[in-house]
Design a protein around this ligand. Structure first.
Ligand code: ADP
Length: 483
């Protein structure tokens, strides 16, 4: 139930209760007043006629007493007075003796009680004892009809009901209007604003007229909204700055790798350039037949394309690329990585072997993944100064996502890059992914490669696991969610 309706109903219930209680007490008070009046009347009458009745009793016995009673004039028409005996009494009326039964159920003191007659009317009876000396015990009984009081009570109830009904309608209307204006609408505005804040919309501050609690709450909410907006702006700026720094670091790391590759590529470029130069010399000598010239030109073209390909690959790798996710064929990507690094590997007597499962795709930024695998494979090559084999293998697997212990698993692509190099000591394993951790000489290593690789893989929803034995070799397993 809405708050305004609840307040309204509570208000109404209180009003009804108060009206009902007021009516009840007013009816009760009327009855008590009537009872008091009747008792007072009985007392006054008894005081006034006591001597007269005692005299009548002395002279005429019970008959005399009753005669005296009959001749009594009652000043208040609402009350009728008569004599009653509390003990059995005989009277004679000329024709014989009559026994008057005593009134049962009355003690000897003054008391009032309500009775209902055969017509269903209610009366109040008050007994007032009078001591006549040697007579049987008796007293004055005053009876008054309660009908006027009952009628008045009925009228009061009807009036109260009508008042309650009228009040209900008026107060409902008033409370509804007031509740809507002062409670429901401002509350709804507060709720809307809170929901908008929850969804990240900090615009449109609430109106804050007035000094009531809801206006204060609105002011507090506006203030909170402004603070959150400022915080969000700050977080956005910081995230942008962080992203820019990260991009710079990644780019620096790529350039470092390009530098490393350059040595291998000099040899790689030298061979086709020698072929181009030789063939061009032959053509220039003018000793070749037309067919031979054409064949040499084709060789020159294909070698030139090879050179262009190598340079493009290198430039692609070095160029800072805007992050964009696409379906990446991992077989092709790892083959490309191996191709790019082969010259470097060959120089130190290392062979790169690939065992790649076909048709495994991940949703990723191509150039970032290229950077990850280049860093790991370059490390593997450098871990084998006296040569050896680096194996690059892929397979699909089911694994629980990182940072989750629900026991649920998801399909992942795991790429394993294993070498037969120097291995990593257990104490170094813990620091492996920390930025600037390196065991290489100054100028050789920056300690950024693995931390950058780890950051990229985490951004793609994966992780990197390392298994290494000193002097036997290391295995880096890169997990990425399968498309
Ligand atoms: P850098 O290569 O510039 O030192 P990385 O973050 O790539 O930075 O590597 C950090 C360190 O991890 C390396 O200095 C090396 O000690 C260790 N490491 C990484 N890969 C291997 C590996 N395959 N075999 C042995 N040690 C490795």
């Amino acid at each position: 139930m809405k708050l305004a309706a609840k307040i309204m109903l509570m208000f109404l219930a209180v009003v009804m209760l108060m009206t009902a209680a007021g009516s009840y007490f007013s009816v009760r008070r009327g009855f008590e007043r009537f009872e008091e009046q009747q008792q007072q009347f009985a007392r006054d009458t008894a005081d006034a006629i006591e001597d007269q009745l005692a005299d009548a009793w002395r002279r005429g016995g019970a008959n005399g007493l009753l005669d005296a009673m009959r001749s009594l004039s009652v000043p208040d028409p609402r009350h009728k007075a008569q004599w009653i005996w509390l003990e059995q009494t005989r009277i004679s009326d000329g024709t014989g003796v009559q026994i008057i039964e005593r009134r049962a159920g009355i003690g000897g003191d003054m008391e009032s009680r309500t009775i209902t007659d055969e017509r269903g009317e209610r009366h109040l009876r008050t007994f007032y004892p009078i001591d006549l000396g040697d007579s049987p015990r008796g007293g004055l009984e005053v009876t008054g009809s309660l009908e006027p009081l009952d009628n008045a009570a009925r009228e009061t109830v009807v009036t109260a009901l009508a008042t309650i009904g009228l009040m209900a309608i008026v107060s409902l209307a008033l409370a509804y209007a007031a509740g809507m204006r002062w409670v429901a609408r401002p509350l709804q505005r507060l709720i809307d604003k809170t929901e908008r804040i929850g969804s990240g919309d900090f615009s449109d501050p609430l109106p804050t007229r007035g000094n009531d609690e809801l206006s204060e709450l609105a002011r507090a909410l506006n203030k909170m909204s402004d603070q959150l907006a400022a915080q969000q702006e700050k977080i956005r700026d910081e995230a942008a700055a962080r992203q820019a720094t990260l991009e710079q670091l990644r780019h620096a790391d790529r350039l470092k790798t390009v530098g490393r590759l350059a040595a291998g590529l000099a040899h790689e470029l030298g061979t086709p350039l020698n072929v181009v130069s030789g063939r061009a010399g032959l053509i220039a000598s003018g000793q070749l037949t037309e067919e031979e010239v054409a064949a040499s030109a084709r060789t020159i073209k294909s070698e030139a394309e090879r050179v262009t390909g190598i340079i493009r690959q290198l430039l692609d790798f070095a160029r800072p690329a805007r992050s964009q996710r696409e379906a990446v064929d991992m077989t092709r990507l790892l083959e490309e990585t191996a191709g790019l690094l082969e010259p470097l590997a060959e120089k130190v007597g290392v062979r790169i072997e690939t065992r790649l499962a076909p048709q495994l795709f991940v949703r990723a930024d191509r150039s970032q993944l290229l950077q990850v695998f280049t860093n790991i494979v370059v490390n593997a090559i450098q871990a084998m100064p006296t040569g050896g084999v680096v194996t690059v293998a892929t397979e699909a697997c089911e694994a629980p996502p990182p940072d989750q212990d629900t026991g649920e698993t998801r399909p992942y692509l795991v790429s394993r890059i294993c070498d037969q190099g120097v291995g990593i000591s257990p104490e170094h394993l813990e620091q492996l992914f920390e930025p600037f951790f390196t065991t290489k000489d100054v100028g050789e290593g920056t300690g950024l490669g693995l931390s950058i690789a780890y950051g990229i893989v985490r951004e793609h929803g994966g992780w990197i696991a390392v298994d290494s034995r000193p002097e036997e070799g290391s295995c880096f397993s890169v997990y990425l969610p399968l498309e």
